[in-house]
Design a protein around this ligand. Structure first.
Ligand code: TMP
Length: 210
């Protein structure tokens, strides 16, 4: 049984939600205990985040709301990891680094570092982060038909977010997949990456320190 913490990241329209659902399905079919979750969460803190970007409360307030939503979510994730489950999360801390990292430009010095520092000590580091990479043009094209669109979905902004993700993905924690292909193909590759990376040595044993 695989256990550990895997996050899915990418710009809007990269296919994270469909791919993470398929990966959960594939892994459950192989007998793994999978807890699939997402951010912003479906709690009132997640609702607060959604209000924040609908009403444009400003980049600073919005950033701290994403962090607050995550702080509560980390406790839920931790309890599933302690149960020995494999936790899959559709967006996590790298979304804040990539998106609010772009939003806070010109407001704080070195925004990504600022957000990483603010997250230190209480966030759980994923064992693996799957970055689904698509061009901002393709991402935008894919989300054009969605009923609800949000402010973040504009080309110049998405280009900055994509560049932030590219920088973040230099860390060894990442595996980068071409998200332009069908969700099925991408999900099979992501599943293989999870099976390869979460080897017995890297598995989080129940009761091991966070
Ligand atoms: P979703 O479309 O994946 O549900 O995400 C909603 C939007 O929230 C999406 O445009 C990305 C944005 N977002 C951030 O800006 N920062 C974050 O930390 C998270 C989790 C999402």
């Amino acid at each position: 049984m695989l256990a550990g913490f895997v996050t899915f990241e990418g710009i809007d329209g990269a296919g994270k939600t469909t791919v993470s659902r398929l990966v959960a399905e594939f892994l459950r079919a192989k007998g793994h205990a999978v807890f699939l979750t997402s951010e912003p969460t479906k709690t009132w803190l997640g609702d607060a985040v959604r209000h924040a970007y609908d009403d444009d409360v400003g980049a600073v307030a919005e950033s701290f709301l994403f962090l607050a939503d995550r702080a509560a979510h980390v406790e839920e994730i931790r309890s599933h990891l302690e149960n020995g489950e494999l936790v899959l999360c559709d967006r996590y801390a790298d979304s804040t680094y990539a998106y609010q990292g772009a939003r806070l430009k010109g407001i704080v010095k070195d925004p990504i570092r600022f957000l990483q520092q603010a997250s230190k000590g209480w966030t759980l580091e994923p064992d693996l982060t799957v970055l689904l990479r698509v061009t901002p043009n393709l991402g935008l094209k894919r989300i054009q038909g969605r009923p609800t669109r949000i402010r973040f979905e504009e080309l110049p902004f998405l280009k900055e977010v994509a560049a932030n993700y590219d920088g973040l993905s230099r860390s060894r924690r990442f595996v980068v997949l071409d998200g332009a292909r069908t969700a099925e193909v991408v999900a099979r590759e992501a599943t293989m990456a999870i099976e390869n990376r979460l080897t017995p040595r890297r598995r989080r044993g129940a009761g091991s320190p966070p």
